[in-house]
Design a protein around this ligand. Structure first.
Ligand SMILES: Nc1ncnc2c1ncn2[C@@H]1O[C@H](COP(=O)(O)OP(=O)(O)O)[C@@H](O)[C@H]1O
Ligand SMILES: [Mg+2]
Length: 225
């Protein structure tokens, strides 16, 4: 397996929460500190070249340290870009979803039957991101839990709503009802994460699943709030 493929596999197996936390943590903490250190070194270099013009080896050492930091930053950027989500702002949602599905099929060998109808242009960014993440998580669940090699995804406009469905004919499971609360909370964050995303957008999500009869995740998100 190539490095790239291994990383993608990792991505697919990580829960949404783990994945988000990882990217944010790397970006917010070590990367910012490395940038700050690089800036300090550059400052030091320019001060010392005034103060110690006779000491080129000190300046050269500082220069090497700066280059190492720059190279580390570029390594991290490359790594993060493997996990980076597609360019949501300028791309249309149907293209984004199509690419995600091709990537998923290549990686897993599963067949995904995709139907997209009249997916409007100019969908709000948070809606695009939510749809992308939900499809990603639901397909990753099919791959990990359903025990089948085929799935169905449909995305279309219905009145003022965007409708999304991810379906499989696999093992199925018994989804927790609202009354039961979320006994799995803390352990299985995928479905919870989907619910939260949809709730934030004033949408609805419902899961139909029966042992032995497959699973469907349906989502309805208002297009104009
Ligand atoms: N498509 C599916 N087919 C069968 N079981 C599923 C499916 N989706 C979810 N499940 C079941 O629901 C549980 C919770 O899913 P999720 O919240 O995504 O957590 P995780 O994938 O990390 O286990 C899974 O562990 C699995 O038992
Ligand atoms: Mg999951």
């Amino acid at each position: 397996m190539t490095d790239e493929k291994q990383r993608l596999q990792l991505l697919l197996n990580a829960s949404e929460e783990e994945f988000q936390r990882l990217i944010l943590d790397i970006h917010d903490q070590p990367v910012q500190k490395l940038f700050a250190a690089l800036a300090q070194l550059t400052l030091l270099h320019s001060r010392l070249s005034d103060l110690l013009p006779e000491q080129p080896e000190i300046l050269a050492t500082l220069q090497r340290a700066s280059e190492l930091l720059e190279s580390a930053l570029s390594d991290i950027r490359n790594l993060l870009s493997t996990f980076r989500t597609p360019e949501f702002t300028h791309r249309k949602l149907d293209q984004i979803i199509e690419d995600l599905i091709v990537q998923f099929e290549t990686l897993t060998g599963l067949k995904v039957n995709l139907v997209q109808k009249e997916v409007p242009e100019g969908i709000a960014l948070p809606v695009k991101i939510a749809v992308y993440r939900i499809v990603q998580e639901a397909l990753s669940n099919v791959y990990r839990h359903a025990g089948v090699n085929e799935a169905w995804v449909s995305l279309y406009q219905q009145g003022n709503h965007l409708r999304l469905e991810i379906r499989d004919q696999g093992h199925g499971f018994a989804p927790a009802t609202e009354e039961e609360g979320h006994p799995q909370q803390g352990k299985h964050l995928g479905l919870e994460g989907m619910r939260e995303r949809v709730a934030l957008l004033n949408g609805r999500l419902w899961i139909e699943s029966q042992t032995g009869k497959g699973t469907s995740v349906s989502v309805e998100i208002p297009l104009h709030e």
